[in-house]
Design a protein around this ligand. Structure first.
Ligand SMILES: Nc1ncnc2c1ncn2[C@@H]1O[C@H](COP(=O)(O)OP(=O)(O)OP(=O)(O)O)[C@@H](O)[C@H]1O
Ligand SMILES: [Mg+2]
Length: 258
């Protein structure tokens, strides 16, 4: 090895060591402060031809263990994009995401999938139900991936469907369900593994008043059981449960209310 490449290696090793130390300090701080999710200096751009949409424009956000956080903001503000990044469903162009003290933005896809399965329940704005599975099977699906016994999978699915007013819709396929019913199956699926973190994107958007009360009760229970909840919503019922509301616009946090 010549002198130049030896120096180069030493400098690179020092850079790696410095980054490891910085990372260690961040992770320790997050654990000490009981921060469950930390998005640090996040940037997410979408390029369509020559046009770039800055969906997330240098955002940092910390969510505490047991916190109920509501995100509000106009259409196109970047709320879904933010939720997807923090839930490990999408990668940022810049920045890091830590969850439970682990840097999830560095994980490979396979590890991240297992990690998500154990740690978070995601309620999608467009439900994302599996079209060939019944309501019951959609709810059982994450449980089967988690290795839960078949009987227990079915019991949990049936009980969740009943709680959400869908006891009579067990055998229905997604296309045989109304939008609000699909939304409730998506909620049941997200809760089925009893994850410590729930990320929900407009979970009551398609529900009438009566049904949205059921969902409010579900979220109230989540709050009482000290789950960490981040919910994008404009629903006053859900907002009334919030420990903190952040306002999102143009890819940035523009205001925050406790
Ligand atoms: N896959 C994509 N490709 C290109 N642009 C995208 C993509 N996803 C989102 N965007 C753009 O990024 C911006 C933020 O989108 P996002 O879905 O996060 O907004 P939102 O706040 O959730 O809106 P809404 O309230 O309508 O759900 C929008 O301008 C959108 O057009
Ligand atoms: Mg959205």
């Amino acid at each position: 090895m010549n002198e130049n490449s030896r120096k180069h290696n030493i400098l690179n090793k020092k850079k790696d060591d410095d980054e490891d130390l910085e990372d260690y300090k961040i992770r320790k701080e997050l654990i000490d402060e009981k921060i469950v999710i930390y998005g640090k200096d996040l940037v997410k751009n979408y390029e369509i031809g020559d046009f770039i949409v800055k969906a997330i424009d240098n955002v940092s956000i910390k969510i505490k263990n047991g916190e109920f956080l509501v995100v509000k903001g106009p259409s196109g503000a970047g709320k879904t994009t933010l939720l997807n990044l923090l839930g490990g469903l999408d990668n940022p162009n810049e920045g890091q995401i830590y969850s439970f003290g682990v840097k999830i933005s560095d994980m490979d896809q396979e590890t991240l999938t297992i990690w998500r399965l154990m740690n978070s329940g995601f309620i999608f704005q467009n439900y994302n139900l599996i079209s060939t599975l019944t309501s019951e099977e959609n709810i059982m699906f994450p449980l089967s991936l988690a290795g839960i016994k078949l009987e227990e999978q079915r019991n949990r699915a049936v009980s969740l469907l009943k709680t959400l007013g869908l006891g009579e819709r067990r055998e229905h396929l997604p296309f045989q369900l109304s939008a609000g019913e699909q939304q409730r199956v998506a909620i049941a699926r997200a809760l089925s593994n009893d994850p410590p973190v729930i990320l929900a994107d407009e979970p009551t958007a398609n529900l009438d008043k009566g049904t949205s009360y059921i969902i409010r009760d579900v979220f109230e229970e989540l709050k009482e059981s000290e789950k960490t909840v981040m919910v994008v919503t404009h629903d006053d019922h859900l907002i009334s449960l919030a420990d903190r509301v952040i306002y999102f616009d143009n890819g940035k946090i523009v205001d925050e209310e406790l």
